[in-house]
Ligand binder design. Structure first.
Ligand SMILES: [Zn+2]
Length: 358
C-alpha cells in the first residue's frame, strides 16, 4: 500500500520537460549555437582518433614488452573502483575530471588521443556518458571497451518517469543524439549507488584486467577480493546508519538516487527538476511548494552548482529543510577512496537532514 502511494506521489511530483531535463543535468546552460561547434568537434575527434589509432597500432608490440596496462576510465565513481583493483599494478587515467558532469562532458582532441592509445576503456554506460557513444565506434580495435552497467551481476532499475507535467519520458541520458529506442535508455544510469552493483563491477574490472595483463592476474583478483569485502562492510554500516530515517520522506532535484534508496530502504517521494537556465515562473514555484508541503517532505536535496536558490524558493515557508548531495562525486578528489567517501557522504548528509526534528 505504502509503495503504491509513493509511486503515485512520485508521478505527481515529477515536473519536467525533455528540454528542461537535458539542460538541467549538466549544470552547463544549453546553448543551441554550440550544436554546430559540436559537429565540427566530433569530426575533429574522429580525425585525431584515426591518427592516434595508426600510432597505437605501431606502438602495440612496445606496450606488450613494457608490461604496464594503459587504462582509461570515464567517471569518478568507477575510476575509484578501477584504481582500487589496479593498486600496485599501475594507475588508471580519469577522463571526466574536476567538477565536470559525465552527462554533458565532451572530449578534447587530447582526450581522444589518450583514449585511442588505451588497452582498456571502462565506462558506466552510454546513458550516463553520452559523449562515449560516437567515440567508442571510432576507437581502434586495440582498445577493449567495457561498459560496466552491463557487467554480469549488475542489477539495473528502470527509470522513474510519468507525471502530468512531463512532455514525454526522457532523462538526461540523451546527449546530442537520439537513442530513445536503445534499451540502455530505459534504465536509470546511476548504477554505482548500489554497493552490490559496485561489487559486481569490481569483479568485472578484475576479470578484464587479468585478461589483458595475465602476469598481474593474481594481484587484480586479490585487490578485488579486498574491495568486495570493504564494500560489504560499507553496505552494512550505511544500512545501520540510515535505519532511523528510512520512513522520512524527501524530494531530490535530480532523480539520481534510486539505487541508493533501494539499497537502504529510503523513502524518496519525487524529484523536482527545473531548468537551471530559465527561472521557473512564480506559479511553478508555488505549485512545487504546495506539493512539497502536501507530501510533508522533511528534506529537499540539491546538488553542487544546481541553483540552490530554486530549491530554497520551493521550500520557503514550508518546514522542509535543504541539503546538498553529490551523487557523481564531482566535488571529491579522484582516487581509490572516492567511492567510499561518496557513499558515506550521501548517507551522512541524508541522515543529518532527515533525522533532525521537523
Ligand atoms: Zn546524474
Amino acid at each position: 500500500m505504502k509503495e503504491r502511494l509513493l509511486e503515485a506521489e512520485w508521478n505527481n511530483i515529477t515536473f519536467l520537460s525533455a528540454n528542461q531535463s537535458q539542460t538541467l543535468r549538466g549544470k552547463i546552460p544549453y546553448d543551441p549555437s554550440r550544436e554546430n561547434e559540436a559537429g565540427c568537434m566530433s569530426r575533429l575527434l574522429r580525425f585525431f582518433i584515426t591518427l592516434a589509432s595508426l600510432a597505437s597500432a605501431l606502438a602495440q608490440p612496445l606496450a606488450a614488452q613494457t608490461g604496464g596496462l594503459n587504462v582509461v576510465v570515464t567517471s569518478k565513481p568507477i575510476h575509484a573502483l578501477v584504481a582500487d583493483v589496479m593498486k600496485g599494478a599501475g594507475t588508471a587515467k580519469l577522463l571526466v575530471d574536476g567538477t565536470a558532469s559525465p552527462h554533458t562532458f565532451s572530449m578534447r582532441p587530447s582526450d581522444a588521443q589518450k583514449l585511442s592509445q588505451a588497452n582498456v576503456f571502462f565506462r558506466v554506460s552510454e546513458a550516463l556518458e553520452p559523449f562515449t557513444a560516437k567515440v567508442v565506434r571510432a576507437l581502434p580495435r586495440t582498445v577493449k571497451v567495457v561498459t560496466l552497467a552491463e557487467a554480469s551481476g549488475v542489477t539495473l532499475l528502470q527509470r522513474r518517469t510519468g507525471g502530468p507535467f512531463e512532455a514525454h519520458k526522457h532523462s538526461h541520458s540523451h546527449g546530442k543524439h537520439k537513442h530513445g529506442s536503445e534499451p540502455d535508455d530505459l534504465y536509470d544510469a546511476h548504477v554505482w549507488l548500489d554497493p552490490a552493483n559496485a561489487r559486481a563491477m569490481a569483479r568485472a574490472i578484475a576479470a578484464t584486467l587479468a585478461e589483458r595483463a595475465p602476469a598481474d592476474a593474481a594481484r587484480f583478483a586479490a585487490n578485488a577480493d579486498a574491495l568486495v569485502a570493504r564494500l560489504d562492510d560499507l553496505s552494512a554500516a550505511l544500512k545501520l546508519e540510515l535505519a532511523p530515517v528510512v520512513e522520512r520522506p524527501f524530494v531530490v532535484l535530480h532523480d539520481a538516487y534510486q539505487y541508493f534508496e533501494k539499497s537502504f530502504g529510503l523513502s524518496a517521494i519525487g524529484s523536482i527538476l527545473v531548468d537551471p537556465d530559465e527561472q521557473p515562473s512564480a506559479k511553478r514555484i508555488s505549485d512545487l511548494r504546495r506539493k512539497v508541503g502536501q507530501l510533508s517532505a522533511v528534506c529537499a536535496f540539491a546538488e553542487p552548482g544546481q541553483q540552490p536558490k530554486i530549491v530554497a524558493s520551493v521550500t520557503e515557508g514550508t518546514p522542509t529543510r535543504t541539503a546538498i548531495l553529490d551523487p557523481e562525486g564531482i566535488m571529491l578528489e579522484p582516487g581509490p577512496d572516492l567511492y567510499f567517501k561518496l557513499m558515506r557522504g550521501l548517507a551522512s548528509t541524508m541522515k543529518s537532514c532527515l533525522a533532525a526534528p521537523a
